[in-house]
Design a protein around this ligand. Sequence first.
Ligand SMILES: Nc1ncnc2c1ncn2[C@@H]1O[C@H](COP(=O)(O)OP(=O)(O)OP(=O)(O)O)[C@@H](O)[C@H]1O
Ligand SMILES: [Mg+2]
Length: 137
Amino acid sequence: MQKDVLTHCGRRHSGPSNHQNSLLTVSSIALTQFKNYSHRVFRFNSRIVGITGRNGSGKTNLLDAIYYLCFTKSYFSTAESQNVQYTMNGFRIEAALLRHAQEEKIVCTVKDGRKTSRSTMNRTTASPATSAISPPS
Ligand SMILES: Nc1ncnc2c1ncn2[C@@H]1O[C@H](COP(=O)(O)OP(=O)(O)OP(=O)(O)O)[C@@H](O)[C@H]1O
Ligand SMILES: [Mg+2]
């Protein structure tokens, strides 16, 4: 039986159409001490990605990490201690995004209970990730 979480990317698209170009896509995501992931990098290279793995292997946790990047909080829990890997004191979620053919990096961290998030576009710190990607609360 498949033990680990695997992602399955469809056929690479040959070039972005205008519609694809306007989409925000996640090219890769690196999880460190986030829930059951000690350290893991996922790379996505197509528009449609399948996630498979046995029960409890971390499929939902991977989706929650993507949610976290968007809203700077877990879908499931407001207590950050629930998101930090058991016995650790922090986590880091880092993603490379592509929007309008430009690369953007988003990093969310929690360390010793302190939460940070930032977004970097073309190697320039643009703004806190919160204001860049989530609706005003
Ligand atoms: N803070 C945490 N530290 C370490 N492990 C955690 C933490 N929070 C959750 N887990 C582990 O994550 C696993 C659950 O992962 P997840 O819910 O993503 O699995 P899944 O692949 O979606 O399972 P299913 O197929 O049942 O939906 C459990 O083994 C749980 O112990
Ligand atoms: Mg699940």
